[in-house]
Design a protein around this ligand. Structure first.
Ligand SMILES: [Zn+2]
Length: 72
C-alpha cells in the first residue's frame, strides 16, 4: 500500500480528464442509521462526459499541483 496522501485527491477520467466519473458499487440498507451504506465498490468505472467505460486516474483535488516542499 502507498502512503496515505496528506492532501485531498480526486479521481478523473484517464481519457478526457473530467471528474464526472462513477464506479459500480453495492449499497446495503442500514436499519440502525436508516440509510443506504456503501458496502462494496467495484473496478468498473464510467465517465459521464465520454459516455463510456473508462479507467480512473488519481490526482490532487481541484487539479491543483502538489504542495511545495517544506523548505526553511
Ligand atoms: Zn471521460
Amino acid at each position: 500500500m502507498a502512503d496515505k496522501p496528506s492532501s485531498p485527491i480526486e479521481y478523473a477520467c484517464a481519457r478526457c480528464g473530467g471528474i464526472a466519473v462513477t464506479r459500480d458499487a453495492w449499497a446495503e440498507w442500514n436499519v440502525a442509521r436508516q440509510r443506504w451504506a456503501l458496502c462494496e465498490v467495484f473496478d468498473f468505472a464510467f465517465c459521464h462526459q465520454c459516455a463510456r467505460e473508462t479507467r480512473l486516474i488519481e490526482r490532487p483535488a481541484g487539479g491543483a499541483p502538489p504542495p511545495p516542499d517544506p523548505t526553511p
